[in-house]
Design a protein around this ligand. Structure first.
Ligand SMILES: Nc1ncnc2c1ncn2[C@@H]1O[C@H](COP(=O)(O)OP(=O)(O)OP(=O)(O)O)[C@@H](O)[C@H]1O
Ligand SMILES: [Mg+2]
Length: 393
């Protein structure tokens, strides 16, 4: 499928990332955007090539793509792959491991000696790569929030922090870490929590595709459709800025080439609307299958976001209120720390929630909140926030 290139954005971000004098860029850059809005496409198709064009060594790890693997391993593997591409670096490793006489074709230095708690630490490996190539390294971690769902992932982030601090000082050529994520609450834990590897790294909203993209869509529609970007922008917003939905609208128009502009606009709008509607209905149907307590926990968490305190008495009361008053159900199971914990675990297993190694929960993706909002399930009761350290309001 053809894609729309975001050259100007790639240039702007590349300048920001590589700028040596820009202190914040040295601590890393975190980009947050919703699911399916084109983050990975942009990173791979526009940002990586631009960074390479400017001479950087770019390492890309998508922690979402390889979901069955530990995120820590995905990061380490991406680094090993890049190291293996540089013959001179491999030779240096081999020499430092006392393998002077081993040539490249033989059983030489194998990359599994690089990693956490291994002979060659990530910081050392990256420093050697940077020194040997005399170039800055940019490590892009896509969907970085997955790293803090496992111990190994968290440790890999700490190792990267150590590497970043090492390479950005002294005689090396610098290491920049760019991370993306599709839920701001999760990403925020990486940069706002004092014990996190990227505490204080700047976080930016990754801008959704804009009017230039919509113009590109208009050009790809049959001429008779006479679409215009202005009219499409409301629909694009309705799609949650997902390019796939615009493509589905285009596919509907590709069936004919003798539209009137009114017909074309109506068909495009209907396609998006029915897609939006079915996405929400599907999610609501899944939510309808949850137990009363699971459903209440999900809705209270969605309504309260980062202020959600799952186990406090007042929150437990809120769950009861939602079940009894909003849903008209009897509370026939006890609501206590154990049952709420079980509900949280079940919601995680069903793909509604995400859990960090610290045990903090967040919605798996923003779309769940949207569906709950549209289904009018985020009622006043769900928003009864428990304020820590204060009397109940
Ligand atoms: N610039 C673009 N032009 C055209 N189509 C695009 C563009 N960017 C993304 N898409 C399409 O949108 C879909 C989602 O893109 P992508 O996987 O990059 O998004 P994402 O935000 O990384 O998604 P996820 O949240 O699943 O990781 C893909 O089908 C992709 O082809
Ligand atoms: Mg992606």
């Amino acid at each position: 499928m053809p894609i729309f290139h975001r050259t100007a954005l790639a240039q702007e971000l590349a300048t920001h990332i590589l700028d040596d004098d820009l202190a914040p860029a040295r601590s890393g850059l975190f980009l947050g955007a919703r699911r399916r809005t084109g983050k990975s496409t942009f990173l791979q198709q526009d940002l990586c090539p631009e960074l390479k064009r400017r001479g950087a060594i770019v390492i890309y790890a998508d922690l979402w793509e390889e979901r069955d693997q530990d995120p820590g391993d995905v990061i380490i593997e991406a680094i090993r792959e890049e190291l293996a591409r540089h013959e001179s670096v491999v030779m240096r490793f081999a020499r430092s491991a006392g393998m002077e006489r081993v040539n490249m074709g033989g059983v030489a230095f194998t990359m599994d000696r690089v990693g956490l708690g291994k002979q060659v630490s990530l910081a050392k490996a990256l420093a050697m790569l940077s020194d040997e190539c005399q170039r800055m390294i940019v490590l892009i971690v896509d969907e970085a929030q997955h790293a803090i769902t496992t111990d190994k992932g968290s440790n890999a982030l700490y190792a990267l922090k150590a590497a970043r601090d090492k390479l950005n000082m002294g005689p090396h050529h610098g290491l920049r870490i760019v991370a993306t994520g599709s839920n701001r609450d999760k990403l925020a834990m990486l940069v706002e929590w004092k014990d996190q590897a990227f505490f204080c790294a700047p976080m930016k909203e990754f801008p959704p595709l804009g009017v230039d993209y919509l113009n590109w869509i208009c050009e790809r529609a049959p001429a008779s459709a006479a679409l215009n970007a202005g009219a499409l922008s409301t629909l694009f917003e309705r799609s949650g800025y997902r390019p796939e939905w615009m493509q589905i609208g285009l596919n509907a128009l590709a069936l004919r080439d003798n539209w009137t502009p009114e017909e074309a606009a109506a068909v495009f709008a209907e396609t998006i609307e029915s897609r939006a509607d079915s996405r929400i209905q599907n999610l609501l149907a899944l939510i309808g299958l949850l137990s009363p307590l699971q459903s209440a926990v999900l809705r209270v968490l969605a309504a309260q976001g980062r202020r959600f305190v799952p186990f406090w008495n007042r929150t437990l009361e809120t769950f009861r209120l939602v079940i009894e008053q909003d849903d008209g159900n009897d509370v026939d199971e006890p609501i206590n720390v154990e049952t709420v914990q079980q509900a949280l675990d079940a919601l995680k297993d069903k793909g509604f929630l995400w859990r960090s190694v610290h045990g903090v929960y967040a919605l798996e993706e923003f779309g769940i909140r949207e569906a709950l909002e549209e289904g009018r399930l985020l009622t006043e009761s769900t928003q009864r926030v428990t304020l820590m350290g204060r009397q109940a309001a």
